[in-house]
Each structure stands twice: as C-alpha cells, then as structure tokens.
Write a protein that binds this ligand. Structure first.
Ligand code: FAD
Length: 433
C-alpha cells in the first residue's frame, strides 16, 4: 500500500512559535509532514532577533534550535515574502492542507493622554526595533540629549530599554546591537531613567530574574522611589524591590528609578517632550517629571489578519486551542490556525511559545485525522514558481544561512557575536554573492 501523501502546512512567520510549530510537525514519526515557512523579512527569528535585548546574547542562541528545524527534511523556507501582500492565504490554501499564522504582534498599545504624539514620545517597541537593527526601524532617531527619560510600564520590555539607555556604550560594543544605535548611544547624555508603574510594587509586571539581574550591573544604580518595607516571608520580587529601596545613589553612576502607584496624565512640550505630568493613583495629586524622552512600554498588540476573525479587545485572532473560529458562531475557519502572540496575546517568554505551538499542532492533527482538511490541489513546485514570480528577490534557507555565516564572521573579527546587516537589500546582496 502506498504511503499517504504528506500533510502540507504553510507557516506564516519565523519567530519562536513558527519554528516550534514546524518542529512539532516535522519531528513526528506517526505522520509525514511538509512545511513551507514564510517570513516577510530577509532574516528569520522574529523577536528573538529583533526584540530580545542585545546584552542578553545567551537568550538569542535559541536560533541554533531554529536552524536545526530548518535543516529537517520536508522544510522549505521563503524569506522576504509577506503573506497578504506577496501571496494570499487563499493561494497558500491551494498548495497546503492548512495554514498556521504565527505572525506575532506588530503593534503597540497607546497611553491615550494628551501630548502623546509630541516628538520625543515613542513606543518602546520602536526603540527596541531600532537598537536591534530591524530594517523598517533603522531610520528612527531618539533624543538622547536630555538628562532624564521616563519609561511608562514596568514589564521586562521596560527594563530592557531602561537598561540599554543607562548602559555604558563600551559594554554594548561587544554585543550584536545595531551599529547605528551604538553610534547614537555613544553620545547619550541620559543619566536617569524613571520606570513608572501604575499599581503598587506587588504588581510590578517584570519577572523576578530580570529584576534581580538589573541590580548588579556595573556603573548603574537601581533604586525604588520611596520607602518599602517587607517581611522576610514576602515574595522574592518584593524583597528585591525592598533592597533597591534601601540603596543610596553612588556618585557618578547612572541610575534607574522604579516608581510605583502613579500614572501618566499628559506629555508636555511645545514641539518636543519637556516633561511628563503624572498623577498618584490613590490621591490624584499630580507632579511634573522633567524629561526629554518618554517611552511607552505598556504592551505589544496583534493586528488583524485579512479574512480572519479578530478580537479587538484581546488583539488576537479568534481561536480555540489554536483553531481559528468565528466567535459569534464558534464555527471553525477550515484549515486556519494560529500560534504564539497572535493566538494568545503579547505575553510569555520564548519557551511559552513551545507549549502554545504544540497545542495548535494537536488541534490541526485532530482535524487532519478526522478528514476535516481539504487536500491541496497544486504542487510545491507550483508554489515555488508563484513565490519567485511575485518576489524575484525572495530568499531560501541556504541564503538565510549565508547571511548568518557572514554576520558571525564579521562579528568574530570585531569581538562580537555578530554584526547585523540592517538593510534588507544589503542582506539579499550578501545572500546571493
Ligand atoms: P514573533 O517573534 O514576533 O515572530 C513573528 C514573525 O512573523 C516575525 O518575524 C514577523 O516578521 C513575521 N511576520 C509577521 N507578519 C507576516 C506576514 N504577513 N508574512 C510573513 N511574515 C510575517 N522572551 C524571552 O524568553 N527572553 C527574552 O529576553 C525576551 N525578550 C523580549 C524582548 C522584547 C522587547 C519583546 C517584545 C519580547 C521578548 N521576549 C523574550 C518574548 C519573546 O520574544 C516572544 O515570546 C516571542 O518572540 C513571540 O513569538 P511569536 O512567534 O509569536 O512572534
């Protein structure tokens, strides 16, 4: 008896959830699968490359795991191809049994206060993408001439940007930070970053290991504004915060000041940010914090995908266990699945996406076994021809590895993990050289 034809799945995106979903499907012994992965940028990794802070180099080494998946039999990569722009989901469906959307959360939440659009007020997301060399964000400029910056929000992303802003540029020279960001940070005059939390310290959104690591960086003081007394049996995070509250500033150090229980009311300035008015959450008493830069780090959020139901409050595609469903009727949208941040919202660390992708793959395989997925009508060769007709400069897995090799070689010469190619055209040139 001939083997059944392989299950063919298109995956949109190349971040952790995309690769974990691919691995779940390709590592199985009970089913033969073929994966076509689409990434709109010429390089893979999603937020592992463009989100995780450059000084957290070890975290980024998860890209080796992704590379192993990409080398598996049955895996085809199309980079520089945006689903929805270069190929449609309907077209993908003629070549696959199913599509897994793992496209992440590319937008951000806004503060909703007056003055938010002044120059000098940005989403932390923009700064993160800038210092990590995202090709669409290389041209941003941030005013680093003032002595103080305020970061609104106190999750891990807030701590990342605060840390980068007070880091000695010399210490960043040995990371994979984008060269344009390093040059700008050399002239950085920011001495203090105030990190604002709307609620009390017990609700600080950052994780305990991140908070702890922050407190032992050379040349940087981490302080908590106001007294904070906790008992010995208080949770670890509170004890760390109490320690920071008891510290005194070291002359000459840059500092991060964590403030709790206050919310932004207005960003003030004529053309450029001059201060931020904040209000005490309990008393409503307002105060002005003089600053030249305001970064909102209050969350990434997903954006709608054409043709799929979208939850405007959770900023996710409507789904049950990764299976896309119309919320009003609970009817599944046949062949459509989601994984990662577009499925569950912009929370969770890299590893969280592994369980998330596994759940989605389980739903997909259940549907496949039950005969609920239509067989593709066109071949993979047809798809490759279509992709190259639409995007003649599309890259494949070998090209991605050539870019990776090039970046690492350049990095070795400079004592860095890699020197990132930022410009998308330059990346294509290196790949085809
Ligand atoms: P993403 O990683 O965002 O990947 C989505 C991919 O889809 C992107 O490559 C995007 O270009 C692509 N894409 C989007 N639309 C299309 C389309 N239409 N066609 C083709 N491609 C498309 N976790 C940790 O464990 N440790 C950390 O130190 C850490 N630091 C972080 C720092 C920041 C600033 C942020 C924001 C997150 C951080 N995280 C960290 C969390 C981690 O990065 C996320 O959990 C994870 O990246 C989410 O994975 P994802 O696959 O859902 O989305």
């Amino acid at each position: 008896v001939a083997d059944p034809p392989p299950l063919r799945v298109a995956i949109v995106g190349s971040g952790p959830s995309a690769f974990y979903a691919a691995e779940e499907l390709l590592a199985r012994r009970d089913i033969a699968a073929e994966i076509t992965m689409f990434e709109k940028l010429p390089v893979a990794g999603g937020l592992v490359r463009f989100g995780v802070a450059p000084d957290h180099w070890h975290t980024k080494t998860v890209d080796r795991v992704f590379d192993r998946t990409a080398r598996r039999e049955g895996f085809t990569f199309h980079l520089g191809v945006e689903v929805g722009r270069d190929v449609t989901v309907d077209e993908l469906m003629t070549h696959h049994h199913a599509v897994i959307h793992a496209s992440g959360a590319a937008g951000d939440r806004r503060l909703g206060v007056p003055g938010e659009n002044l120059s000098g007020s940005h989403a932390a997301r923009e700064m993160v993408a800038w210092y990590n060399g995202h090709p669409d964000h290389a041209d941003h400029t941030f005013d680093l001439t003032g002595h103080r910056a305020v970061v609104v929000g106190n999750g891990n992303v807030a701590l990342d940007v605060a840390r980068i802003l007070v880091s000695d540029p010399e210490s960043l020279r040995s990371t994979d930070i984008a060269d344009h960001a390093l040059s700008a940070l050399v002239d950085n005059r920011i001495e203090e970053v105030v990190v604002l939390g709307r609620r009390g310290p017990e609700h600080a959104a950052c994780t305990t290991p991140e908070l702890l690591a922050l407190g032992s960086l050379p040349g940087i003081d981490v302080l908590v504004d106001g007294p904070l007394h906790v008992g010995m049996d208080a949770p670890m995070k509170m004890r760390i915060l109490a320690d920071y509250a008891g510290r005194t500033p070291t002359p000459g150090n840059r500092r991060i000041v964590l403030r709790f229980g206050c919310k932004p009311e207005e960003v003030v300035g004529v053309e450029h940010v001059e201060s931020l008015i904040v209000a005490d959450t309990d008393t409503g008493v307002t105060e002005k914090i003089v600053c030249g830069l305001v970064l909102r780090a209050i969350g990434y959020r997903g954006t709608p995908i054409a043709g799929l139901p979208f939850d405007d409050e959770a900023f996710t595609v409507g789904n049950v266990a990764g299976r896309v469903v119309v919320p009003e009727t609970s009817e599944p949208v046949v062949g459509q699945y989601v994984a990662g941040w577009i499925k569950r919202g912009a929370t969770g660390v890299i590893g969280t996406n592994r369980y998330c992708a596994a759940e989605t793959v389980e739903s997909l395989l259940d549907d496949h076994r039950a005969g609920r997925l239509a067989a593709p009508t066109a071949s993979s060769a047809d798809l490759t021809a279509l992709v190259h007709a639409r995007r003649p400069d599309a890259l494949g897995g070998g090209d991605w590895r050539a870019i990776d090799r090039h970046e690492r070689e350049q990095g070795r010469a400079a004592g860095r993990p890699r020197v990132k190619i930022v410009d998308a055209t330059a990346a294509v040139d290196v790949a085809i050289a």
